[in-house]
Design a protein. Sequence first.
Length: 308
Amino acid sequence: MGIVVIGAVFVDIKGYPLSTYIPGGRNAGRVEQVHGGVSRNVVEDIANVELRPTFVSLVDDSGTGRDVIRKLEAHKVNTQYIRTVPDGMGTWLAIFDNDGDVCAAISKRPDTTPLIALLQEEGDEIFADCDSIALEIDIEKETVKQTLRYAQKYGKKVFAAVSNMSIAMKRRDFLQQIDCFVCNQQEAGLLFSDNYVQLSPEEMCRVLAANVRSANIPCMVVTMGGQGAVYACADGECGVVPAKTVDVKDTTGAGDAFFAGVVIGQTYGKTMRESCEIGSRLAASVICTAENVCPRFRPQEFGLEVEI
């Protein structure tokens, strides 16, 4: 099964200004519609390292839903556990400024409750032989519970990302059962009821190490945009990983690519620092392309010895 990724599919509608962006004003620009969603992005990024991940998710019965599946299959993602249901996909509407950063966004979440029945029926088949599990911690609560039970049953590592921290904040007990949780600096501030915006990576690393110990979280990585990322584990390991220097076109999907890199590294025997370096490389490859698509890599480029 390779790495099993569980989560939602979104349709991303993105607006880019053609000249200087004016907040609150009328801005001429271009509008694009692409496949998105944290988990959908992550599974595609994993597949682009010539791995063969499995995606457990939902789409709706529309041309866009069918196109999502076709594209993932073209990347050699196992799509047999994607189900077609009404309201199966969410929508993310975002406006970007001239630096490629999101300046305004609205998100409509899909109904992911059908995943509960899917895991009840086919969970053993999905998880018994997988290499690891990656999921969105803020999807339907029972689905997270089911996933953690299967992970414990079959001794699989679980890695978590987040798309809505306001939901994840209510699930701190889940974070204690996950091998590594990845979020950005702002999300970490929400989780720990603090403001980390002005902290340097070295300061963030020290604060994160203390937070991980007090919250009893096994391991956590916090991304800091152009400043890189920091990580801290309950066993005392911590560190700072610089970001790659690139010409930024669009930051969409950079965090998802970083998370994919961490999951790949941790699944296939790399240290946490090495895993974050893989994540930084994948994130850089996404933000320097106008299409926000991770280019193809071979596992050997990251020192991975994986049987496909």
